[in-house]
Design a protein around this ligand. Sequence first.
Ligand code: TTP
Ligand code: MG
Length: 361
Amino acid sequence: MERIVLHLDMDYFFAQVEENDQPEYRGKPVVVCVYSGRTGESGVVSTANYEARKYKVKSGIPIKAAMNNLKGADAVFLPVRHERYAEISQGVMGIVSGYGEKFEYASIDEGALEITGAAHGDYGNAKGIAEKMKGEIFEKFHLTCSVGIGPNRLVAKIASDFRKPDGLTVVKPQEAEEFLGGMEVGKIPGIGKKSREFLETMGIRKIGDLRKTDPALIAEAFGKKTAGWLMLAAKGIDESEVGTGGWQKQISRIMTLRRDTRDLEEIMGAMGELISDVAKEVRERNIAFGNVGVNAIDENLKSYTKARTLPHPSEDEGEIKGIAGELFAEILKETKTGFRRAGIKVEKLESKKGQKTLGEF
Ligand code: TTP
Ligand code: MG
């Protein structure tokens, strides 16, 4: 049977949830913000609905810039409500996981699903599954999403981003090379800004250019292992399994502390729930982590990060807690200011089968 993988990505997710919860905002530009400081305008945009995107407002830009672009547009600015989105995400992904054999929660608004068996290896059936799934999500949550279907997770993920919003893109195995060929190399998950810029200096902009490049040159630039994977990706080949911890590079949580503090116990008290949450995701995804990091942002919004690599991959909540405590203690020792926000992350994720994940490249 031919392998078929489905990848789903919610449309303008946080903003769409806000539109549903507060229907009076629908039709207006809606900007969901991570407010970082005490002044009403400092922070960044988490996401924006499509009305706001028409004004060049998107994830990551300063709230001030968004306000500027949207002057006079009757826009709505809202603070992120992570718990609410997580709750909806769980519901949606619960629906998704029911349509296939193996499911992987890739991020708060993305999931991958192995549907080879469910579709009996037939791409027409696969499309029908996606339509039904989209229908159920809309019926139960009034949310739209975009879905990609392909011979593996790589192609499916890229396909999910091809038509948005409310898209459904099916890429059959024999179409994969052509589908990818004209796209920018940055569309390959795992190729960040740095790699993209570097490839560009080699004259490689499109995935098709990459495919034609001598693998030895890529190996010289990126090392053998990464180059091997990259060249396969350029051809649309990806044999990674769904449900093995996959592509996500890290699991992280961050929060604003109840008040500015330099008290280690107070910080660790606040971190308890975040750490449990991270550990829960590690368990659910049946993965281990090789690195624990913390992040602390002081009252002047200066950010401090520290991380430690473990001698062996671990799944242990206690280990996260112990290392986080030590790392926060180090930060406190090196600073004098009070801390406003604190966060935790685990990285170097791998499936417990010992298989390396894409995040390591
Ligand atoms: P995305 O899927 O990248 O964005 P989106 O769902 O808002 O829009 P699209 O229709 O293009 O898929 O990210 C999912 C959510 O993650 C997004 O709703 C908000 C959050 N997010 C941030 O908080 N910061 C960021 O920089 C990005 C990219 C996303
Ligand atoms: Mg999305």
